[in-house]
Design a protein around this ligand. Structure first.
Ligand SMILES: NC(=O)c1ccc[n+]([C@@H]2O[C@H](COP(=O)([O-])OP(=O)(O)OC[C@H]3O[C@@H](n4cnc5c(N)ncnc54)[C@H](O)[C@@H]3O)[C@@H](O)[C@H]2O)c1
Length: 328
């Protein structure tokens, strides 16, 4: 069977591609287990080193450009993971680009998915940025989305599209609202959430990290590994389990920054923990204060989705994935 991953060159998309190639099989559009014969990644850029695997195909292009999606989603596509997105800071900085890629691109994808020989299974990566404004202390699946960013609004629009295309029988869709993914490998970026990974990643790599938020700031987080498992689990769960509710808040853990640093001390030693320097940034603190950080997720847990057990295991997973020995 043919699997498509949009955003397949990105952090989560590329990890997902490697996990699918290693797994070798998935449920097809008919729900029956089938061998994966092709994994097609669509993105504007890819990592320099790709797995040597004849099943892997990379197609470079912009999901919102005319004709690009038709090269990728073909009538024999049975499975789609839609991860390509202008992410939060980018969609806020460039209003037109955010809507073009995040909404028009998704619509182009869904229109082609609709023309597949059988309604494909489609997993969409949404975000807790769907929530904002006056929030209850603890959110759950009944909390009304009220996005306060263009990115969040684009994610909610796509959730509705995925649900409606599913209701019409064009696809078999599932949208997952992801917590903040920690530890994100690579370099710090301009996103307000960058500190959530940076407070661990830089110190574990022997570099000083400036923490812009107070130590009692909570983060709702999930590791990249558990996130990839959740994408696959979402794909594999039968349609009947989702019923008419096609959007799910994924389980995560609520961790204060102080506990992230304590966990780093336990896993990697005092030297790593001492590399975090508190450098308050009021702008970032204000943005972060509006984020949802506590969720009840009984439906997702009941469906078999799993959070990380604790932040210590999140740190250990990062070290193992990246082959890093914590710098002394
Ligand atoms: N990482 C997180 O904390 C987090 C949290 C919530 C939701 N998400 C969602 O998960 C998905 C994957 O996130 P990620 O962390 O891997 O981000 P990422 O930035 O590493 O990956 C996104 C990919 O989309 C690609 N892309 C952007 N515009 C494109 C276009 N016009 N055409 C083709 N490709 C395009 C980018 O090149 C990038 O490789 C995204 O949809 C993101 O919104 C991520």
């Amino acid at each position: 069977m043919k699997v498509v991953i949009t955003g397949g060159g990105g952090m989560l998309g590329f990890k997902l591609a490697k996990a699918l190639l290693a797994r070798g099989h998935l449920s097809g559009a008919d729900g029956k287990n089938a061998a994966i014969t092709r994994v097609t990644l669509l993105d504007t850029a890819f990592p320099a080193i790709l797995p040597q695997d004849s099943r892997l195909e990379t197609i470079s292009g912009d999901i919102s450009a005319p004709g690009v999606m038709a090269k990728v989603v073909t009538p024999d596509t049975q499975s789609i993971f839609h991860l390509a997105s202008v992410v939060s800071a980018g969609a806020e900085a460039d209003f037109d680009l955010g809507w073009k890629v995040n909404l028009d691109g998704a619509r182009a994808l869904l229109e082609l998915a609709r023309r597949c020989a059988r309604p494909p299974r489609l997993v969409f990566s949404s975000s807790v940025a769907a929530f904002g404004g006056d929030l209850p202390e603890v959110l759950d699946d009944s909390t009304t989305p009220n996005p306060q960013t263009s990115y969040g609004a684009q994610k909610v629009c796509c959730e509705y599209l995925v649900t409606d295309y599913t209701r019409k029988g064009f696809i078999d869709g599932r949208s997952l609202r992801l917590p903040t993914i920690v530890v994100r490998p690579g370099k710090p970026n301009l996103a307000a959430s960058s500190f959530a990974s940076g407070v661990l990643r830089e110190p574990l790599n022997g570099v000083i990290s400036e923490c812009p938020v107070s130590l009692d700031t909570d983060v709702w987080l999930l590791s990249p590994g558990r996130c990839v498992e959740s994408f696959i689990h979402a794909h594999e769960t039968p349609s009947s389990l989702w019923g008419m509710s096609r959007v799910l808040n994924l389980p995560g853990i609520t961790v204060p920054v102080s506990e992230m640093i304590n966990a780093m001390r336990r896993v990697a030693g005092e030297a790593a923990a001492s590399r975090v320097v508190y450098k308050p940034d009021e702008r970032i603190q204000k943005i972060v204060a509006g984020w949802p950080v506590k969720f009840r997720t009984p439906r997702a847990l009941g469906m078999g989705f799993k959070a990380d057990p604790d932040v210590d295991s999140v740190i250990r997973a990062y070290l193992a994935d990246e082959g890093i020995k914590p710098a002394a």
